[in-house]
Design a binder for this molecule. Structure first.
Ligand code: PLP
Length: 397
């Protein structure tokens, strides 16, 4: 196999990462303190959120968000099939059940009308988890296409936990705020190593609900509530605390928050760089007979999309199958990946819920041929052209 010249993902730490990490190392305190707090404040400003809570992964944020909303064993949560395992597993952590549903085959996104149809017939559905797949947001507000998820959720009394692992920075639509700014939802971001910004491992939870923020901040660190203790004592020794619930260990250490702070400073420029690569891919690859490209949802412009992923979909009649295509790309030094094997095809979910791929025709259309191409800010114009030329050569222009 050829040396990989163009990996699928490439982390950039070209800003103040080393300097901010050095400050933490020299401070004598590596875990959660001032840098994590600063990261939360600056992130909240960037996404227009009332408050942000830094955690050690998006998975933790999803778990905390569902828990803070009061999800109970036996409750149901609508989760789209085209997502990473974390979206559904966090529902199971709480003994609740994911109701796995089809997505729109043109965009890869959960459709509000699908949510309405499911919620109408299943009284146990208490919440929905829109996944802003690849970095474009699910339709949250009504438009010419129909009601938005916010209206549907209100009509059926559903809570919303947004899986925004891919969607920083992104917007709900031109006249709405950034993803993460909605007061009524809980929104969860990922800073995993290959995400749009990274802390190696990390995540963030935003919400406008004081109750959610309070519960999630207590549960993220062992259920320790210092304020509860403060209520019962006037002289407040700093070592005193009370535990109000069996919480988790989900805090983000300062040494990682320091990397996040530096990455945050570059996030807007990096999003634009990815947008420019996506524009070039649409131009060059949109012409190929053998490929379908995901569409931008109505109401969104390219500037509203984070462009975390660039999936292309090989048509059934393409001259190469998906696995062979990925192998040929690798032989030519290009890394590729697949997002995702749908939840209903993973053994645990397939067997537990008796799921049949035939019931997910739109997701199947994407799954059958999907391949994600490299898209990151350090991908040069020459490398982008090389990817375009190689894909055309392999599939026939
Ligand atoms: C859609 C989606 N949700 C959740 C996650 C979990 O993120 P983390 O690795 O930060 O827990 C990922 C990670 O890849 C993801 O792609």
């Amino acid at each position: 196999m050829a040396e990989t010249k163009i990996p699928f993902a490439r982390v950039v730490c070209s800003g103040n990462e080393l300097e901010y990490v050095r400050q933490v190392l020299e401070s004598g305190w590596l875990t959660t303190a001032g840098k994590a707090g600063e990261f939360e404040k600056k992130f909240a400003v960037q996404v227009g959120a009332r408050r942000a809570l830094a955690v050690n992964s998006c998975t933790s944020a999803l778990h905390l968000g569902l828990e803070a909303l009061g999800l109970k064993p036996g409750d149901e949560v609508i989760v789209p099939a085209l997502t990473f395992a974390a979206s559904a597993e966090t529902v199971r952590y709480l003994g609740a059940e994911p109701v796995i549903c089809d997505v729109d085959g043109r965009t890869g996104l959960l459709r509000p009308e699908t949510v309405a149809a499911i919620a109408a017939g299943r009284p146990k559905v208490k919440a929905v988890m829109p996944v802003h797949y690849g970095g474009q947001s699910v339709r949250m507000f009504a438009d010419a296409q129909g009601p938005g998820l916010m209206e549907v959720a209100r009509a059926y009394g559903l809570k919303i936990v947004e899986d925004a692992a891919h969607a920083f920075p992104a917007r709900y639509q031109a006249d709405a705020g950034p993803v993460g700014s909605l007061e009524e939802t809980v929104c969860c971001f990922s800073f995993y190593a290959n995400k749009t910004i990274t802390t190696a491992e990390g995540g963030m939870l935003t919400s406008g609900s004081e109750d959610v923020l309070r519960r999630a901040s207590v549960m993220r660190l062992h259920g320790i509530d210092r304020d509860v203790w403060a209520r019962f004592t006037s002289a407040k020794p700093s070592w005193r605390y009370d535990v109000v619930a069996p919480g988790y260990k989900y805090n983000l250490p300062d040494v990682l928050a320091a990397i996040g702070l530096a990455q945050l400073e570059q996030a807007a420029a990096w999003r634009l760089a990815r947008e420019n690569i996506a524009r070039r891919y649409y131009e060059a690859l949109g012409r190929l007979e053998a490929l379908d490209l995901l569409q931008l949802r109505s109401g969104l412009s390219p500037a509203d999309h984070s462009w975390h992923l660039f999936p292309v979909i090989l048509k059934p009649e393409a001259r190469l199958g998906r696995d062979e295509f990925i192998e040929r790309l690798a032989e030519r030094g290009i890394g590729a990946s697949v997002h995702y094997c749908p939840l209903y095809r993973l053994r645990y979910y397939r067997e537990r819920y008796g799921l049949d791929p035939a019931d997910f025709p739109e997701t199947e259309k994407i799954w059958a041929g999907t391949v994600s191409l490299p898209i990151y800010p350090s991908l040069t114009a020459d490398e982008t052209e090389y990817v375009c030329l190689t894909v055309a050569e392999l599939l026939g222009g």
